[in-house]
Write a protein that binds this ligand. Structure first.
Ligand SMILES: NC(=O)c1ccc[n+]([C@@H]2O[C@H](COP(=O)([O-])OP(=O)(O)OC[C@H]3O[C@@H](n4cnc5c(N)ncnc54)[C@H](O)[C@@H]3O)[C@@H](O)[C@H]2O)c1
Ligand SMILES: [Fe+2]
Length: 362
């Protein structure tokens, strides 16, 4: 039996944060330091006037296991009735894991969980994934469990309007990677295909304008919706080796997640296109974007978009030297083979093939 289920309720639009207005009692807001200082956090706090709110502002990009452990203890101490995760993938994933592990310390049971993305994005507000980093081992692990899903996702386009262009570029390419990988993943269904195709086309049509176009605010709002649709798609269908390699490289070299996906995606499309079903899926995505309906046209268009956004086409451009890659190659390949995204890749992959992909991008 195949299944497709939807958990988070999704509130979207300029007044979406109003859904927080009815909250009372103890509320913990989990965010990063930049957002806490930026003034954006005040937009959330202004909806929590009737609550006792505590802010956990210590989240850093690519949350570590130590940070999650500290956060879980803070949750257990504060005993909130509701949690609001506010930020990009890092604060949302950190909040998910804090609740998950906080339950073992006596916090989190029955807690209402809201996720408010400020990047577009990871789609984490609607996924059962939380990506954590083991800093000692230099490895990123996706934790995957339905128990991680928020109850409510809140999409306010005003929160992404002022994003720096570099963050728009990185996170926007992550959206395209989610949609492309979901469309051809092994667990894809007609439900996830519909969402992945819509998400991909929306992101492809809006990312350039969201980066630096004259109507960037409008385009950024569209990217927020595309990010969410892609999140639902990949939560149902799974991802693939683009994300497995991005996790393995990101855990070791701390390059922004979306930038690694931007680098890897055209090469992964070329690799997977040797599978006939994947080639057909990529062709469908290309057709939806007004391109020739084949994987080669899709990969070329993504490479052009990557260049237009000023993103690197080599790992050296991400600060990863060829010599480091040569030395770390076996460990990176091992981590990618063991990543939870690898089994859903449309083609089975060997360590030697992954090594070859990395060598071509050095
Ligand atoms: N859970 C999932 O389903 C999922 C999916 C993909 C990626 N991820 C993970 O999410 C993390 C990446 O998340 P991300 O790409 O959203 O980046 P992020 O959360 O790490 O944020 C990147 C930077 O952008 C800043 N920022 C965020 N919102 C802003 C705003 N509105 N204005 C100005 N600056 C802002 C942050 O302060 C930070 O410095 C990675 O760890 C990745 O592995 C998770
Ligand atoms: Fe991603």
């Amino acid at each position: 039996m195949e299944q497709f289920s939807l958990k988070p309720e999704i509130c979207f639009g300029p007044d979406a944060l109003d859904v927080l207005d009815g909250l009372t009692g103890r509320v913990m807001v989990i965010t990063d330091e930049f957002l806490a200082k930026s003034g954006l956090l005040d937009r959330v706090l202004s909806h929590l006037k009737g609550c006792t709110a505590e802010c956990f502002t210590g989240v850093r990009p690519d949350p570590s296991l130590e940070l999650v452990a500290r956060g879980a203890r803070a949750l257990a101490d504060f005993q909130p009735q509701a949690v609001v995760a506010f930020g990009g993938g890092s604060p949302m994933d950190c909040a998910k894991a804090m609740l998950y592990f906080g339950r073992r310390l006596g916090a989190g049971e029955g807690v209402r969980f809201y996720a408010v993305p400020t990047t577009a994005g990871t789609g984490s507000e609607v996924t059962s994934f939380a990506v954590l980093t083991d800093t000692a081992k230099g490895v990123k692990y996706p934790l995957v469990d339905k128990a991680l899903l928020p109850h409510t996702a809140i999409l306010d386009p005003g929160l992404v309007a002022g994003l720096p262009p570099a963050v728009v570029a990185d996170t926007g390419m992550d959206v395209l990677a989610h949609a492309a990988e979901a469309r051809v993943a092994r667990r894809a269904t007609p439900f996830s295909d519909a969402l992945a195709e819509k998400a991909f086309a929306m992101a492809y049509q809006n990312l350039r304008a969201a980066f630096d176009g004259p109507d960037r605010e409008q385009a950024r709002g569209e990217m927020l919706l595309a990010s969410n649709l892609a999140g639902i798609a990949f939560d149902a269908a799974g991802l693939g080796i683009c994300h497995s390699l991005a996790h393995a490289l990101g855990g070791r070299y701390h390059v922004p997640h979306g930038r690694l996906n931007a680098l890897l995606l055209p090469a992964v499309i070329a690799f997977n296109a040797q599978d006939a079903r994947a080639a057909e899926g990529y062709g469908q995505l290309a057709r939806r974007c007004g391109l020739a309906a084949n994987p080669r046209a899709l990969a070329a268009a993504l490479s052009r978009l990557r260049a237009a956004l000023g993103l690197p086409d080599r790992l050296a451009g991400c600060g990863v030297e060829r010599s480091a890659l040569e030395a770390d190659g076996p460990a990176i390949v091992q981590a990618a083979l063991g990543d939870l995204c690898t089994p859903s890749n449309p083609r089975q992959v060997t360590g030697e093939e992954l090594r070859g992909l990395l060598r071509d991008l050095a």
